[in-house]
Design a binder for this molecule. Structure first.
Ligand code: SF4
Length: 359
């Protein structure tokens, strides 16, 4: 995995909680200037600005704050909207990072006038899933914790987004850099910052077993988790989801069971429905066999959204309904995802930016 270029040794405000910022401010600035830390933290996370003089620091202390801390809010360079069937609109924003790379974040209506924000964790992705447009970029680099949080803060400050929940299902495999993800989770759930409840955050992995084990060490019983399954036997999965060559399904299953031991929640299972590839009766049976030892699950059937080089065509409504019916026959609870944002290339599996050209 490639790491983020080290910009400088100033502490990134968006990667902090109020407590860690207070500690860092004491060490770097001493007690007198550190008293401004709660206000600096609040302004950074809620408004996306860094202005210590507005938080009570005199000119000399403000200069010291700027020498020791930084706020690199991603810049919104484009926004696209697509009205949804239920009145809510799906929106995609392109954000430019400090090193000039671009990422995408998407806002999706989830009913009751609420919205969810889909956040990226990497520029590109190295997992090479065959049904995914992001995979075509390869991995450019992982995002820092501040850049992950920065997507939420920038969309809030610049576009007025107020998502009720966050899903880590944009560009990248969130558990490929579990340290950055966990730091971002801590920052986003800090009651003094954006204060998301843990069950309002969902990590979506393609089956990164090391990352799942690392996540388990957090011991957060209410954190949302989804597995992008898409093939329920190792042979087919190795073809569609190459990470399966490293971690076969039995290992993924074991890691999920270990996590479940610490949890009292429902695991999401994502099934990207690919006509002619994974839409047979037998596939539904294998999904049920995989899920059997996992406790409470909810299977989300996601119609395939073709990217620039389609693996197959999108399924018809009849094909989706038939597969959903087979899963239900197997006794699985199922939600059928309504495709949102396909025309913006903002739907699941369609995110990619011109950063691929920057490699
Ligand atoms: S589906 Fe997710 S893990 Fe797989 S290539 Fe796309 S972004 Fe990466």
């Amino acid at each position: 995995m490639l790491s983020c270029p080290r910009l400088d040794d100033r502490v990134d405000l968006l990667a902090t909680t109020r407590a860690t910022l207070l500690d860092a401010a004491h060490v770097r600035l001493g007690g007198a200037a550190a008293r401004h830390a709660p206000a600096v933290h609040r302004r950074a996370h809620r408004n996306g600005t860094f202005a210590p003089e507005l938080d009570g620091a005199g000119p000399a202390d403000a200069d010291r704050w700027r020498a020791a801390f930084r706020l690199d809010l991603p810049t919104v360079t484009a926004r696209l909207d697509a009205p949804g069937p239920a009145g809510g609109s799906t929106a995609k924003a392109v954000l430019r990072l400090g090193d000039g790379r671009s990422i995408e974040t998407v806002r999706v209506p989830i009913g009751d006038r609420r919205e969810s924000q889909c956040v990226s964790t990497q520029v590109g992705c190295g997992m090479a899933c065959r049904f995914c447009e992001t995979a075509r970029m390869g991995l450019v680099r992982s995002l820092t914790a501040g850049e992950i949080v920065g997507q939420v803060v920038a969309a809030r400050a610049t576009l007025g987004w107020r998502p009720a929940s966050i899903v880590f299902q944009g560009m990248g495999e969130p558990l490929d850099d579990a340290d950055a993800l966990i730091a971002a989770l801590r920052a986003l759930t800090d009651p003094n910052g954006l204060a998301f409840a843990r069950d309002r955050l969902t990590v979506c992995t393609v089956g990164h077993v090391d990352g799942l084990r690392r996540l388990a060490t957090l011991g957060w019983s209410r954190l949302g988790l989804s597995l992008s399954l898409t093939a329920a036997d190792d042979g087919a999965r190795r073809e569609l989801v190459p990470i399966a060559r490293r971690w076969p399904l039995a290992e993924v299953q074991r890691a999920l069971i270990e996590l479940r031991g610490r949890r009292n929640w429902q695991l999401g299972i994502h099934w990207c429905l690919l006509p002619g590839v994974n839409d047979r009766r037998e596939d539904a049976r294998k999904v049920a066999m995989f899920c059997a030892p996992l406790g409470r699950v909810m299977v989300h059937v996601i119609p395939y959204n073709p990217g620039s080089v389609p693996l197959t065509r999108p399924p018809t409504d009849t094909e989706v309904a038939r597969f959903v019916g087979w899963l239900r026959d197997e006794g699985l609870p199922v939600r059928r995802r309504i495709t949102k944002g396909r025309e913006l290339m903002a739907a699941c599996g369609q995110l990619a930016t011109d950063s691929r050209r920057g490699r």
